[in-house]
Ligand binder design. Structure first.
Ligand SMILES: Cc1cc2nc3c(=O)[nH]c(=O)nc-3n(C[C@H](O)[C@H](O)[C@H](O)COP(=O)(O)OP(=O)(O)OC[C@H]3O[C@@H](n4cnc5c(N)ncnc54)[C@H](O)[C@@H]3O)c2cc1C
Length: 268
């Protein structure tokens, strides 16, 4: 199997802004995670309240069915996150903090050194958890997303070769959530200033890119994709778009749709 459940623990945390915290994980097996860079996703398993470590299935080719088959009263909470960075012995995940209702947001806001989690992680860098796949000829790339996509955008910008030019649009809750990123131009939009991707990007006169990558709240992602394909005339095959979350729905709600045969993260 090219993925495995790896037990990790929190080494330290760092507040990156009012609504973002970085959790650095370590553990004996942390270096087995082979991030492909860019927007590498992983599954994060968190303990239920009162548990010391998350209950996960044993490695199983059909791990998702095995996880769902666990008794819900002990089954861990599963969420999807991005590998923001990886160094020998350390792996960073940046969590958007959106209050207490989301178990992952709540967990991250309280995370302390030693807290235990499990990740379901790729063991080879060439893996299906990297969605950023521009055509090899693409030299002009557009990136757009909200704070949940900011870790992936940071990873993409750091992984791209220098001869590729990028234009990046990021909507964050607060001006202090802006981060240093290794590329320009970055158009920062802040919700406290009533700036929104769905209005600002379509209103801007942008050069049509060779490839676009969009992620964030589902309805925003759909609206931006529609603008790129229908208004700017981009070939739909050159736009990668992923709903990272959907207003009013938990990740369990979205997974229930997957289990029912629909794909909420990529649906039109
Ligand atoms: C491929 C992929 C990569 C991702 N990478 C990251 C990442 O690196 N960092 C990151 O922070 N998130 C990332 N996300 C998004 C994250 O998985 C979701 O935000 C997730 O729902 C958070 O879980 P939760 O337990 O906090 O909230 P849930 O229990 O899933 O949801 C509880 C409630 O909060 C709402 N909600 C969920 N997220 C947000 C939010 N950000 N702002 C406001 N309301 C919200 C839901 O609609 C729901 O009503 C990624 C998602 C995908 C699919």
């Amino acid at each position: 199997m090219s993925y495995a459940f790896l037990p990790l623990h929190v080494l330290h945390t760092a507040r990156l802004g009012p609504t973002m915290t970085r959790v650095t994980f370590g553990g004996e097996r942390v270096d087995e995670c082979a991030s492909g860079g860019f927007d590498q996703r992983l599954k994060l398993f968190l303990p239920l309240p009162g548990q010391e470590r998350p209950v996960v299935p044993v490695d199983d080719p059909d791990w998702f069915t095995a996880w769902r088959a666990l008794d819900p009263s002990i089954r861990s909470i599963m969420r999807t996150y991005t590998v923001r960075a990886q160094r020998p012995g350390e792996l960073d995940v940046d969590f958007a903090l959106h209050g207490e209702t989301g178990p992952a947001s709540h967990w991250a806001s309280k995370a302390r050194p030693g807290d235990q989690v499990t990740i379901f992680a790729p063991l080879t860098a060439d893996n299906s958890g990297v969605d950023f796949r521009p055509p090899p000829t693409a030299t002009r790339i557009l990136l757009a997303g909200d704070e949940t996509a900011l870790p992936a955008i940071g990873g993409i910008l750091e992984s791209l070769p220098a001869d590729v030019s990028t234009e990046t649009w990021i909507e964050v809750p607060d001006p202090a959530d802006r981060q240093e990123l290794p590329s320009t131009p970055i158009h920062w939009l802040t919700r406290t200033n009533n700036e929104h991707l769905t209005e600002a990007l379509p209103a801007a006169s942008i050069t049509v890119p060779d490839y676009a990558w969009i992620a964030g709240e589902s309805s925003t992602v759909k609206a931006l994709r529609r603008h790129l394909v229908q208004t700017l005339g981009m070939d739909r095959r050159t736009v990668t778009f992923t709903g990272y979350w959907r207003k009013g729905d938990t990740e369990e709600d979205l997974l229930a749709e997957v289990a029912a045969g629909r794909t909420p993260h990529t649906e039109e």
